[in-house]
Design a protein around this ligand. Structure first.
Ligand SMILES: Nc1ncnc2c1ncn2[C@@H]1O[C@H](COP(=O)(O)OP(=O)(O)OP(=O)(O)O)[C@@H](O)[C@H]1O
Length: 235
């Protein structure tokens, strides 16, 4: 079977327009893949480009060179060159992402924020809310908070809302940017179990985990991003 996600020879530099167009190379020739049911962890020291790669995979950062091939509706879509409308379709159906921080929408309740990706895929509103509540309960978010917008929640509470929103759908590919960074040990363990369930269901996961225990509990492979670093040559 073809990989749900294939990254070939990707390069990325940042241009610092406020610094006279200074070019900051980050990665070059980044090549990796994730198979169905596999959790690939991006490793390597701070600043090496792990988050930048994840953001390119999701289409949030432009790609200077190379391809990011996502298997979507049986077709190969290159996220690096796809039109924005196609990227949004891929995100709705195929490519999920749990970012480190929640972007709360003012006045929208927690349960609706979590249920929204399911409703966008055509699931009945009440059913989507029921499933959202079940996930929030599993992640030990107090029931008194479910009807409130999460803007004033603690860091760990917001992170659990974000995780619930990312895990509620059955996207074939899921990107995880430090999903356990603000969580206590009990909730980290819940997330580890949820990741294992995704793997068992055939989801391809690519993640960044700084917590050594979480990483060793979920990783099938670790890709050392420093092997793609463009800094060695730039220095
Ligand atoms: N939007 C941006 N504009 C300019 N430089 C950026 C931008 N995003 C990232 N960088 C730079 O790219 C390099 C890689 O950053 P990135 O966040 O990808 O590293 P990381 O490996 O995820 O680090 P950490 O483990 O500390 O989170 C850093 O030097 C960072 O300053």
């Amino acid at each position: 079977m073809e990989s749900p996600l294939l990254v070939r020879n990707v390069a990325k530099s940042f241009t610092m327009h406020l610094r006279g167009g200074l070019l900051l190379p980050v990665v070059e020739n980044a090549t990796l893949h994730a198979a169905a049911g596999e959790c690939v962890v991006l490793g390597g020291p701070s600043g090496v480009g792990k988050s930048s790669i994840l953001k390119m995979l999701y289409g949030n950062y432009a790609v200077d060179a190379g391809e990011i091939i996502i298997r979507h509706r049986g077709e190969a879509i290159d996220i690096a060159t796809a039109m924005p409308r196609k990227v949004l379709e891929v995100r709705r159906e195929t490519l999920g992402y749990v970012s480190q921080f929640l972007r709360a929408v003012p006045r929208v309740s927690t349960v609706d924020i979590v249920a929204e990706p399911l409703i966008a895929r055509g699931v009945d509103k009440d059913e989507a809310r029921r499933r959202a509540e079940a996930l929030l309960a599993r992640l030990n978010l107090p029931e008194t908070l479910w009807q409130l917008p999460p803007a004033t929640f603690s860091g760990g509470e917001q992170q659990r809302v974000n995780i619930a929103r990312g895990f509620i759908t059955d996207h074939p590919i899921l990107l995880l940017d430090e999903p356990t960074a603000s969580l206590d040990a009990m909730n980290r363990q819940v997330v580890v179990e949820m990741i294992r369930e995704k793997k068992a269901a055939g989801t391809a996961l690519v993640g960044i985990f700084h917590d050594e225990d979480v990483r060793s509990s979920v990783a099938d492979r670790i890709v050392d991003v420093s092997t793609f670093s463009a800094r060695k040559r730039a220095a």
